[in-house]
Ligand binder design. Structure first.
Ligand code: MTE
Ligand code: HPA
Ligand code: MOS
Length: 807
């Protein structure tokens, strides 16, 4: 295996450019491609297709597109109140500001005032009900962005609102029975009395509650749309979005147009992380409504604070649970209520809760289980997709239970976790009745336990703590299992277009979007592999609703699985036509024609790929093709919450070791060891990048990233990096051993790879439980620390105090 890119060594753009130049030489292509054969283009650690452009600052994001003459700028006027009724707006005062061209409110929307993705309960501009502090009420269109922003900032003085006290927390919403969608229930039982009876019969019982915070996506490129009116009322929108087709639909509804009159395009995002799956919609709609109104191009680029105040993020969760277990720690019965903070509208809260409930089992066999999911309606931003999509929130609940059970029994938490692992041929059915038929968790964890030296380090940690009164160390191993597929069946489809030009160069376009995750790199690798050409011959272009229609969001980690297969399908059709042409011209069987290393072998002769393409053109062979893929074998009964929602599972595990300062609550991650399952990786360097990124991002969620809404006003007070602390490169542990688990996907996924975008977000559970371990060392592991997430220094000190006072 080649060494992954170490960003810490590549401090300047020049150094990085040099690195990239040398990368091809340093990569042992032959060794890497062994699994796929000579001339393979998949399974190779090639750099991200835009890496050089990224570091040179030459990659085009929406705000880099040269502006057309006459472009105007838009900014949103936001509600200064969290709950109430809008009774008046003096927008003329804003219209009078020099440089302001127009000010629009809900009544200026020609079509439907809605940007809800599933349930249509999401106004683009306030329709009278004030739902959260920061809700867009009006849009200012001005000659410059600065004028638009200054004018929009006058919202407070021009809006009249009858204010009511806001409902802010999931607990408050639950007490009021206030939800954005009906409660969900998922039960599985192996005995007459269900989970309750199993708990009652168990030798030990544990009852508790737990809080996990939300998380801001903090994509580097904020939400942005640039709308350009076209002839006859049509609209072209450049939008930073994971879901161009949905943007097309939303804009069409808002403008009362047909889908074929709206064109949405996105070359790349500067990060999405789920935050641009549905919530790019409001900005696409406002830009398009504004452009339509003034018949000039309009750009809407959010300031970071406004992005925080308007858009939703990861749902915070509050859990109440009761479990029954035996002397070894087997969970015999579990009942759990999960309440999320959905915010003011449904958005994706339904599928997020479904995924949370389908991940409560994580890697564990839970014979009798009863789950109840409530999506609390609150006067806060509408929460949405964020890497893991509820999966992390579901799984951390059972991990918390495992950790506590272990402490109650005085066992190593790893042993209790392992005791509960799914089995290979029995104890292998999830609560939603999908059989876990690809289970590698025990093998993977055993391998990591050895390679990380877990047992010896556990002993060393105890030895350290015995003589260290102030600094305490902690260590934890956390396993993960993550279901791959959209949990809405029909989203699991994709299309692609591959064009081979007469010079042999190739263009691929597919329904997926590039957000830094390397999807275009992987899809181009698949196409190059299929046609036996060099990677450099293939170029991926912007995602574009006029090229591939009716696409799904690039989400649920399925980008490469779906679009890779669709692009392979397109490329295979072209290859077959080329092979037939080669055999017709040069003799031999079409099925014997071989494509590799930019050459074609036909009937004992070797010709250049480009030469054959030229011949095929003369012979009037179609040199482009579409491709399509739909994931097989999926089923889901929404009422019963049963079925086979996932094509397969991805697995992984991490060991983290931390040190905490018991006087200040400060902590440091000393070392992390990760073993993650990406199947037969399409690109190990890209996948390791995804694993490292997800680990650090998830660590931020569980430690430093804290969201605080003012309890009276409902204002999000943590709306910028000054008050909201995301991890930086400095927070990477000094020892960071990241490896991919060797093994094929048992399903016929694209080249037997596995999705890798979201699952590793669960790996930093190990950091949280290592901190918990260190806190519990304060009282010699006698008391279970009531540590909430995020484990900020304050939360750590609170937990230490609680552990000490219980001792
Ligand atoms: N990696 C980068 N660099 N930027 C991102 O925005 N989003 C994550 C993950 N990795 C993201 C990322 C999320 S939430 C998902 S669902 C997947 O990438 C989506 O891309 P994929 O399906 O192609 O893996
Ligand atoms: N992940 C992301 N987005 C989704 C999903 C999912 O599982 N289901 C519906 N939208
Ligand atoms: Mo990812 S949360 O499915 O966009």
């Amino acid at each position: 295996m080649n060494k992954p890119i170490d960003a810490r060594l590549l401090q300047t753009a020049e150094a990085f450019a040099d690195y990239l130049k040398n990368a091809a030489a340093r990569i042992d292509v032959a060794a890497e491609a062994k699994a796929h054969g000579d001339g393979a283009r998949v399974g190779i650690s090639r750099p991200h297709e835009s890496a050089q452009l990224h570091v040179a600052g030459e990659a085009t994001y929406i705000d880099d597109i040269p502006e057309l003459a006459g472009t105007l700028h838009c900014a949103l006027g936001l509600s200064p109140v969290a709950n109430g009724r809008l009774t008046g707006m003096n927008l003329d005062a804003i219209r009078a500001i020099p440089g302001v061209v127009a000010v629009l409110s809900a009544s200026d929307i020609p079509g439907t005032n809605d940007c809800g993705s599933i349930i249509h309960d999401d106004p683009i501009l306030c329709q009278g009900d004030i739902r959260h502090l920061g809700q867009p009420v009006f849009a200012v269109i001005a000659e410059t962005r600065d004028i638009a922003r200054r004018a929009a900032a006058k919202a407070k003085s021009v809006l009249t609102i009858d204010a009511e006290p806001p409902v802010l927390t999931p607990r408050q919403a639950h007490e009021k029975g206030q939800y954005v969608l009906p409660p969900m229930h998922l039960e599985r039982t192996t005995n007459e009395g269900g989970a309750k009876a199993a708990i009652a019969k168990a030798p030990h019982r544990l009852k508790g509650s737990f809080d996990v915070g939300g998380q801001e996506q903090f994509y580097l490129e904020g939400q942005i749309s640039y709308a350009i009116p076209k002839e006859a009322g049509a609209m072209h929108v450049y939008c930073s979005t994971q879901h161009p087709s949905e943007m097309q639909h939303m804009v069409a509804h808002a403008l009362h147009l047909h889908a074929n009159e709206v064109h949405v395009e996105c070359r790349r995002m500067g990060g999405g992380f789920g935050g641009k799956e549905s919530q790019s919609g409001l900005f696409a709609c406002v830009a398009a409504i504004a452009a339509n109104h003034v018949k000039r191009p309009v750009k809407l680029r959010l300031d970071r604070d406004d992005d925080f105040m308007i858009t939703g993020r990861r749902h915070c969760f509050w859990y109440e649970y009761e479990v029954g277990y035996d002397d070894e720690g087997h969970i015999l019965g579990a009942e759990i209520t999960m309440v999320s903070r959905a915010g003011h509208s449904a958005d994706l809260s339904g599928p997020v809760m479904t995924r949370a409930m389908c991940h409560f089992d994580n890697a564990y066999w839970l014979p009798d289980v009863s789950m109840h999911g409530y999506s609390g309606k609150t006067n806060t931003q509408s929460n949405t997709a964020f890497r893991g999509f509820g999966g992390p929130q579901g799984a951390i609940a059972i991990e918390n239970i495992m950790d506590t059970v272990a402490r109650k029994l005085g066992r190593d938490p790893l042993d209790v976790r392992r005791t509960n692992f799914y089995g290979k041929t029995e104890r292998n059915v999830t609560p939603y009745e999908q059989v876990v038929s690809d289970n590698i968790i025990d093998k993977l964890v055993t391998q990591l336990e050895d390679s990380s030296d877990y047992r010896a380090r556990r002993a060393a940690v105890e030895a350290f703590n015995a003589t260290s009164p102030v600094l305490k160390r902690g260590i934890a191993l956390a396993p993960l299992k993550f279901g791959i597929s959209f949990n809405v069946k029909h989203f699991n489809q994709a299309g692609a277009l591959v064009h081979v030009y007469t010079d042999g160069s190739i263009l691929v376009n597919h329904g997926g979007t590039e957000m830094g995750q390397g999807l275009n790199t992987k899809v181009a690798q698949v196409v190059a592999h299929e046609l036996g050409v060099s990677f450099e011959s293939v170029r991926a272009t912007a995602t574009d609703t006029t090229k591939v229609a009716n696409t799904s969001a690039t989400a649920a980690s399925t980008g490469a699985d779906l679009n890779g297969k669709a692009a392979q399908d397109a490329a295979r059709q072209i290859r077959e036509r080329l092979a037939a042409c080669a055999a017709a011209r040069h003799g031999g069987e079409a099925s014997a024609v071989r494509f590799a290393n930019d050459k074609v072998e036909v009937n004992g002769r070797t010709i250049d790929f480009a030469t054959l393409v030229g011949e095929a053109y003369i012979d009037r062979v179609q040199l482009w093709s579409d491709g399509f893929y739909a994931t097989p074998g999926l089923s889901w009964d929404r009422e019963k919450m049963k079925g086979n929602p996932f094509y397969y599972f991805a697995y992984g595990a991490a060991v983290s070791e931390v040190v905490i300062d018991t006087l200040t609550g400060e902590w440091k991650l000393l070392r992390a060891d990760i073993l993650h399952d990406a199947g037969r990786s399409l690109n190990p360097a890209v996948d390791i990048g995804q694993v490292e990124g997800a680990f650090i991002q998830g660590m931020g969620w569980l430690t430093t990233e804290e969201l605080v809404w003012h309890p009276q006003s409902g204002k999000l007070t943590t709306h910028a990096p000054s008050t909201y602390k995301i991890p930086t490169a400095n927070d990477c542990p000094p020892v960071f051993n990241v490896q991919l688990f060797e093994g094929d996907n048992f399903q016929d996924s694209i080249h037997r790879s596995k999705a890798v975008g979201e699952p590793p977000l669960l790996l930093p559970f190990s950091v949280f439980y290592a901190i918990r371990d260190a806190v519990s060392a304060v009282a010699n592991h006698k008391n279970d620390p009531p540590l909430r997430a995020p484990a900020t220094s304050e939360a750590i000190l609170d937990a230490i105090t609680a552990v000490q006072s219980a001792a």
